[in-house]
Design a protein around this ligand. Structure first.
Ligand code: TRP
Length: 445
């Protein structure tokens, strides 16, 4: 057995976990789900979910991973050797693969935009608007698949390179740059004439939305998705962590950074939605229809557009890497094969699983699941059920089954009021909140 790799520095680890958290979820998913769920009230519930459910689970996943130093299946087995919950690790392996299957499709869309703006920079700007070209692009029978494949190939390449060389160094460069770009974009968006309605949409709660049980489930699911919790991604990352890192600080930094990022992206998108007279509730294509209009109205928009999509595609890459690492770490250990082989095998399976999502706006547009396109429906299934149920499993595993002493020690909380509050939240608050929201939105409660 060779020794498992570890993160080089503390900052490198925090950046890698932030890189897992920050991605399409903050820009693409946050804006489309907030747009569908009424804006301001959704934002409040989403932020509450991040604090109450997100931070405790984040810490639980990291502690579990660092203690067991293995993949998610192994971690579940070690933490609860006698409970049936130990078998749920494998569900997380399939769950994160399912998420990556359509995540790669949307990430492919960003690559396609990148090329578009790069070409516009080089010479003749195209006759049609970027939004029109996008509609044609996602309806095409081959193109979305080609970009999905390219993105997955890039992801696999980084995962093959391994923890230090691959994952860590990629994040160090991208995240600060992306932060500055989104901030600049928000500043520009707010100054557009007619943008005030968008700022109000995002920040001022519309109290009629508060009575809507679906909105709570959407906000909860978005908190899970954006933080990247519920699927053992951070357990797997925690497995590459030495003892000298302080986990509670890391959990706060990740949650705070991620939420701030989503909020800024919202301020870049919604003012523009209203300034250009667009519809906020148009589903997963929202950001891809709005942003081109912003760039088209900007001086130097092609350059900014190219920079923005380059950074967004890379942020998506650092999230996709974390999703791919979950099944790969498992297959490497379980089947005893080399990292490269395992990565290629898993990536091919994920590519195939994502095909219906990639084709769902074109050749497969006849196929509607619950009245939605395939990608849309899979995304909703993940956010409404897979992630919340994964969250309950981890809360029970760490809160009840793992053993109080081990849990408190592994989380670096030790003993004291904060430690007690954390354990109490994991044991009671997290499962109760998730269950109530699930039952209410399905009309049972
Ligand atoms: N958080 C990432 C994003 O916002 C996506 C992601 C990474 C994820 N790891 C995850 C989503 C684990 C769910 C579960 O883009």
């Amino acid at each position: 057995m060779t020794q498992r790799e570890q993160w080089t520095t503390r900052a490198g680890f925090i950046l890698a976990t932030l890189g897992s958290a920050i991605g399409l979820g903050n820009v693409w998913r946050f804006s489309y789900v907030a747009g569908e769920n009424g804006g301001g009230a959704f934002l409040l519930v989403y932020l509450a979910a991040v604090v109450v459910v997100g931070v405790p689970l984040l810490l639980a996943e990291l502690a579990l991973g660092r203690h067991t130093q293995g993949d998610v299946v192994q971690a579940f087995q070690e933490a609860a050797p006698r409970s049936p919950i130990r078998f749920l690790g494998i569900v997380a392996v399939f769950g994160s693969s399912l998420i990556l299957s359509y995540y790669a499709v949307v990430a492919g869309w960003t690559l396609r935009y990148l090329l578009d703006y790069a070409i516009a920079l080089l010479g003749a700007p195209p006759a049609e608007s970027a939004a029109v070209r996008f509609e044609r692009f996602i309806a095409h029978p081959v193109e979305p698949v080609a970009w999905q494949l390219l993105f997955l190939a890039l992801t696999a390449a980084v995962v093959i390179a391994g923890i230090r060389r691959g994952i860590e160094s990629a994040n160090r460069i991208i995240l600060p740059l992306l932060g500055v770009t989104v901030l600049a974009l928000a500043a520009y968006s707010i100054t557009l004439p007619g943008s005030g309605a968008g700022v109000r949409f995002l920040l001022a709660p519309d109290w009629s939305a508060v009575a809507e049980p679906r909105m709570y489930l959407a906000a909860l699911g978005q908190a899970f998705f954006s933080l990247g919790i519920g699927m053992g991604v951070l357990t797997t990352y925690g497995g590459y962590l030495g003892r000298r890192h302080r986990l509670p600080m890391a959990a706060f930094a990740i949650a705070g950074g991620d939420a701030l990022f989503a909020l800024t992206a919202g301020l870049a998108i919604f003012p523009a939605v209203f300034a250009f007279g667009l519809e906020p509730a148009q589903g997963p294509v929202l950001a891809f229809v709005v942003l081109p209009q912003v760039f088209a109205s900007m001086p130097g928009g092609a350059l900014f557009g190219a920079a923005f999509f380059l950074l967004l595609a890379t942020a998506a890459l650092t999230s996709a890497i974390s999703l791919l690492e979950v099944p790969v770490a498992y297959v490497v250990r379980r089947c005893g094969i080399a990292r490269r082989r395992a990565t290629l095998l898993v990536a091919v399976a994920i590519f195939l699983a994502g095909l219906p999502s990639a084709l769902g706006y074109g050749p497969l547009s006849q196929v509607q699941v619950f009245g939605r396109a395939v990608l849309d429906a899979v995304d909703q299934l993940v956010s409404d059920f897979v992630l919340p149920l994964g969250g309950i499993a981890i809360a029970i595993l760490v809160g009840w089954l793992w053993g109080k002493q081990t849990a408190l020690q592994s989380s670096d909380l030790g003993i004291g009021a904060i430690a007690g509050a954390w354990l109490f939240t994991l044991r009671f608050v997290v499962p109760a909140v998730i269950l109530i929201i699930l039952l209410r939105s399905s009309g049972i409660l």
